[in-house]
Structure formats: structure tokens, C-alpha cells
Ligand binder design. Structure first.
Ligand SMILES: NC(=O)c1ccc[n+]([C@@H]2O[C@H](COP(=O)([O-])OP(=O)(O)OC[C@H]3O[C@@H](n4cnc5c(N)ncnc54)[C@H](OP(=O)(O)O)[C@@H]3O)[C@@H](O)[C@H]2O)c1
Length: 325
């Protein structure tokens, strides 16, 4: 044996025979065996069940884009990438949720994956109960839950109709929490949950106070949930986009307008969703699209939030408005 190969061989023998290393290698192998065993168990449990993806807020914006991009993934690869499973074991049906039924019907017609249209208001208890019955009756295994239903309102807290602000809490926080809770029992191993938070979650924001607070809730909840569900091999990703070109602003700017600097960083929903899916497939807890938002995320971890609020106030004054988002 040449000296180079001999020393490599000796190194390997030394590695195995060192008591600590040998035990660690065996532990790794046993962990892998256990994981594979659990995967097989999970697959056996899912056998015969309809594999579904659930998307809320599918009538517009990010929700609609998730449906289109996931459908494209099926068409191009013939498998549901998120599930890491071979063809035929992918998604059997997409469940599209929103209030505007005609929009969902139009979307469903463009998809190659069969779609179930669920026209419901996520804040209504009776609608949630009907949805729960559907889950129970249809023998489903959820591959992916995407909570995209949500809205924002810009403007001063004391100038916005309180009922609308409470509705924002209901849709962005309460409904998202409830739907996640009801879906977890049906999520199989390697399942995914994608929660639409926002870059507004990183720091309190004047003139966007309740919205930013709801998104902080979504971010905090999703990260903690991800840590809890890891042992079940269910992976949670909180998506934190900055401003994106969707119908979001139609309602958000009813009482106030956004800062020009925010509009400058506007990205397309296609880009946000593409990155969110990639991050979810890679089991990432956080998905932040675009360089400015990544930088913003880091800044909010370093700079005191009081300073950021002060800077936003200055920018608002410069614009000559008090109700800027
Ligand atoms: N666009 C942005 O700049 C931006 C940035 C960061 C985060 N986000 C977040 O991303 C998510 C999606 O927003 P988007 O930009 O896609 O806005 P969008 O185009 O306005 O879509 C919002 C979706 O939520 C649904 N929805 C609202 N209230 C509902 C309710 N009570 N019951 C059922 N569905 C309801 C709407 O459907 P119906 O009206 O048909 O019910 C619609 O499909 C939201 O959570 C938003 O906060 C958006």
C-alpha cells in the first residue's frame, strides 16, 4: 500500500476504533434507521388516503400564485416535490379557499390538478365547522397547508373603523390559528405549512400598527410551531415579503397611503412564491424575498426599534402626511 493510501486507511481505522467516534457513527446509523422506519410507517398510514394541498386566499395574489406554481411543478416533474415522494404519491387534489367563488372557479379551470372549490369566510364559525366536516369525511392526508388569506389597513389606529381593525385580527390571526389547528391532525410526515406573515412583522410600525402586530403574531407563532412539529417531520415556513404587487393595496390604502420608499422595493408575487416554495422544500423556518427585505430583517435585529419608528416618522413628515404606512 502506498504511504498516502496507507495513512488514509490508518486514519479510517483509527476513526472507527476510537471509542467516541464508533459510538457516534452507530448512533447516526440508528437515528437514520429510526427516521426511515418512521417514514415507512407514515407512508403506510397515508396509504389509500387522498393527498391534498389546502390554500386559503386562493382567489387572488399570493394564494392564487401558490396554486399556479404548485400546479406547474406537478406538470413539469410529475411529482409533488414537497412530499419528496415518487410520482403517483403526490397531490390528488387542491382545496382552494376564499369568499369569491367565481374567482376560484376560474382558477380551478386553469389547473391540471383536480381542485375543490371551498367558498367560505375564514372568520365564520359555521364555515370553519363545515370545512372540518369535509376533512373528516373525505379521508385526506394533507401534504401542504398554505395560509394566505389576510389583509392590511394603513392609517392611524384611532382613525380607522374599529370593526375593520378587529376583522383584521380575526382573519390574520384567529382564522390562521384555527385552520392550522384543525389541519395538523391530517398532516402527514414530510408535510408542509406555509404561513403568510410579512416584513411588517419585524418591527412595530406607526400607521400600520394593527397589521404589523398581527404579522408579528404570525411570525412568532409559526416559528414556535415549527419547533414543536419538527419531531413529526412537519415543516413550517413563515413567509415575510415586503410590498408585493397584488390586490392587497386596494384595501390597505383605504385610510392611508404607503411610504414611497416601500413602493420602491415592490416585488412580483411570482418571485415571492417561487422563493417561498423553495424555502419550504428546504425546510426553512423563514422565507424573506429580495435583498432590501433581507437587509431590513437584519437591521431590525440590530437597530433599536425606537430609532426605526423615529426614522419612519421623519420620512412620513417629509412626505407631508400624517397617515403614512
Ligand atoms: N401584497 C403585499 O404587499 C403583502 C406583503 C406582505 C404580506 N402579505 C400577506 O400575504 C397574504 C396574501 O395577501 P395578497 O397580497 O395576496 O393580498 P390579496 O391579493 O388581497 O389576497 C388576499 C386573499 O385573502 C382572501 N381573504 C381575505 N379575507 C378573507 C376571509 N374573511 N375569508 C376568506 N378569504 C379571505 C381574499 O379572498 P376573498 O376576498 O375572495 O375572500 C384573497 O384571496 C396576506 O396575509 C397579506 O397580509 C402581503
Amino acid at each position: 500500500m502506498c504511504t498516502k493510501r496507507k495513512s488514509a486507511h490508518e486514519k479510517k481505522v483509527r476513526h472507527i476504533t476510537e471509542p467516541g467516534n464508533y459510538t457516534n457513527d452507530m448512533k447516526d446509523m440508528n437515528d437514520e434507521k429510526r427516521r426511515m422506519g418512521k417514514d415507512m410507517e407514515g407512508m403506510a398510514k397515508d396509504a389509500g388516503k387522498k393527498k391534498i394541498i389546502i390554500i386559503t386566499g386562493a382567489s387572488s395574489g399570493f394564494g392564487m400564485e401558490f396554486a399556479l406554481q404548485l400546479d406547474k411543478l406537478f406538470r413539469s416533474t410529475g411529482k409533488y416535490a414537497c412530499a419528496n415522494r415518487p410520482a403517483g404519491q403526490g397531490c390528488g387534489e387542491m382545496w382552494l379557499i376564499a369568499r369569491r367563488k367565481e374567482r376560484l372557479e376560474k382558477l380551478a379551470k386553469t389547473l391540471s390538478v383536480p381542485a375543490k372549490i371551498i367558498s367560505m369566510d375564514v372568520t365564520k364559525e359555521e364555515d370553519i365547522l363545515t370545512f372540518c366536516k369535509m376533512l373528516e369525511n373525505e379521508n385526506v392526508s394533507i401534504r401542504m397547508l398554505i395560509n394566505s388569506a389576510g389583509f392590511g389597513l394603513m392609517g392611524r389606529f384611532d382613525k380607522i373603523n374599529i370593526e375593520e381593525q378587529l376583522e383584521m385580527l380575526d382573519v390574520n390571526c384567529k382564522a390562521l390559528t384555527r385552520l392550522t389547528y384543525e389541519c395538523i391532525p391530517y398532516l402527514g410526515r414530510n408535510g408542509r405549512i406555509i404561513q403568510l406573515a410579512s416584513s411588517a412583522a419585524f418591527v412595530p410600525q406607526q400607521n400600520f400598527a394593527i397589521y404589523a402586530a398581527t404579522k408579528s403574531y404570525v411570525l412568532s407563532f409559526s416559528r414556535a410551531l415549527g419547533a414543536e412539529l419538527k419531531e413529526k417531520s412537519i415543516w413550517v415556513t413563515a413567509v415575510c415579503p415586503g410590498p408585493a404587487d397584488t390586490e392587497f393595496f386596494h384595501r390597505a390604502e383605504k385610510y392611508g397611503s404607503t411610504l414611497a420608499i416601500k413602493k420602491l422595493t415592490m416585488v412580483s408575487p411570482e418571485r415571492v412564491v417561487k422563493e417561498a416554495l423553495r424555502d419550504s422544500f428546504h425546510k426553512k423556518a423563514l422565507s424573506v424575498c429580495s435583498l432590501p427585505m433581507k437587509a431590513f430583517c437584519i437591521i431590525t435585529k440590530i437597530v433599536p426599534h425606537g430609532w426605526i419608528l423615529w426614522a419612519a416618522e421623519l420620512m412620513g413628515k417629509k412626505k407631508g402626511k400624517t397617515d403614512v404606512g
